[in-house]
Design a binder for this molecule. Sequence first.
Ligand SMILES: O=P(O)(O)OC[C@H]1O[C@H](OP(=O)(O)OP(=O)(O)O)[C@H](O)[C@@H]1O
Ligand code: HPA
Length: 182
Amino acid sequence: MMLVDEKARQLLADAELIVPADVLTSTIHGMAQAITAELSNQYPLVLSVMSGAIVFTGQILPLLNFPLDFDYLHVTRYNRALQGGSIQWEALPRTDLTGRVVLVLDDVLDEGLTLAAIRQRLMEAGAKAFYSAVLVDKLIDREKPVYADFVGISLPDRYIFGYGMDVQGIWRNLPAIYAMKA
Ligand SMILES: O=P(O)(O)OC[C@H]1O[C@H](OP(=O)(O)OP(=O)(O)O)[C@H](O)[C@@H]1O
Ligand code: HPA
């Protein structure tokens, strides 16, 4: 345990702060306004993608002041790795999706494979319309299979962590976004 603790502190000490907490707060306020303008009369089902979206979800939900339902789904393809693997479904929403307008909240849109798989699964389950909001869109040099309707910040293609995102399973609890030293 001591080794993990020391390694975690060293990872953070070696990282670069790239999005401070106050910038994240104002970014999320802007996203909430855009989402409200588009979806406030659609009684959407808001779905949080566990685990990375937990902080983003907790911050944006109280800013969406209109009727909505909330549930979550859990999918992962990175586990503790820095590179994505195949998609693993851990939990589907329990709410009936038939005829619903869904808004999926995720922390980061990287290669887009996760969000594409989520969209396909939710549309197959009967959703009427699919919207997505991602706090971070990574600027990668390839086309993505899906783009988000609401994007907070675009960031360069570096491994990031904090604000819900992990590095080797740790540091989801940081109040800002850090990048591993290049
Ligand atoms: O666009 P992609 O390249 O598919 O990557 C994006 C996905 O990766 C992360 O999840 P991860 O698999 O790390 O699971 P976690 O949220 O539990 O950390 C993140 O939360 C997104 O869901
Ligand atoms: O840069 C990242 N950080 C954490 N989780 C991720 N999932 C996809 N990309 C990332």
